[in-house]
Design a protein. Structure first.
Length: 237
């Protein structure tokens, strides 16, 4: 794919589309000359789209998107290729989800790590002694304004005494100090096949677990968490 950003007043090098100085809300991105699947049964195909502030502001052809092009709009010529909107594989592991959903702190849609850590701190404060705080699916570090995962130090500060297990995309997990103690990981704990217990220079577990490349270490560690009787799960998280 090729792209270009035209200086003010110049002609765009794709189909003669020109930027307009007076566009009130110019698109950040225009894709044209494409075979676009819209997902709309009433109009399943288009050749051009404009995207403004993360929202499709125009769907159609070059004439449809032209009024949305400002001086700073990035125009991408798809060269006739197929374009499909982002695919979100939203799913649930039914057995695990059914057994544990009410035991989990949900970070779905949380926009900042600061807020997520505040939620974790509040959950830890109302978690009974001996139980864990678990953050499992439905989130990614990219959703946060900070664009990163929490650190072990941040988990320790948010929940100094309550075990915390944070799973990220079935590729890694972050445990606080209390969780490491609860699962019994020490400098003498061997790495299982396909997994890695990340260690510091002294050989002590840091609290980070990696699927390297198998996720068995993550699953087995999560499975060590205590369960609640059904009558105790109401209003848990």
């Amino acid at each position: 794919m090729t792209s270009s950003t035209a200086p003010e007043g110049s002609t765009m090098p794709v189909a003669g589309l020109r930027p307009h100085d007076g566009v009130e809300h110019p698109a950040q991105l225009v894709v044209r000359n494409a075979r676009i699947h819209t997902g709309d049964p009433a109009r399943p195909a288009a050749s051009a789209v404009a995207i403004t502030d993360g929202v499709f502001s125009a769907v159609g052809d070059d004439a449809t998107v032209a009024p949305h092009i400002g001086p700073a709009t990035r125009v991408v010529d798809a060269l006739g290729r197929r374009v499909i909107p982002g695919l979100n594989d939203s799913h649930l592991h039914v057995i695990r989800g059914g057994l544990n959903y009410l035991l989990e702190l949900r970070w779905d849609g949380v926009r900042s790590l600061r807020t997520a850590l505040r939620m974790l701190r509040e959950q830890a404060e109302r978690t009974p002694t001996g139980q864990w705080v678990r953050v499992v699916g439905g989130w990614t570090g990219e959703q946060f304004a900070e664009k990163r995962l929490p650190t072990v130090s941040e988990l320790n500060a948010a929940a100094p005494d309550t075990p915390v297990f944070v799973l990220h995309l079935y590729q890694s997990a972050i445990l606080n100090r209390a969780a490491l103690e609860a699962v019994g990981f020490t400098r003498d704990s061997p790495n299982p096949p396909g997994g890695e217990i990340v260690r510091d220079f002294a050989g002590n577990p840091t609290g980070v677990l990696l699927a390297a490349p198998a996720a068995g270490l993550l699953y087995s560690t999560l499975a060590k968490g205590p369960i609640l009787a059904p009558e105790d799960q109401h209003g848990w998280a």
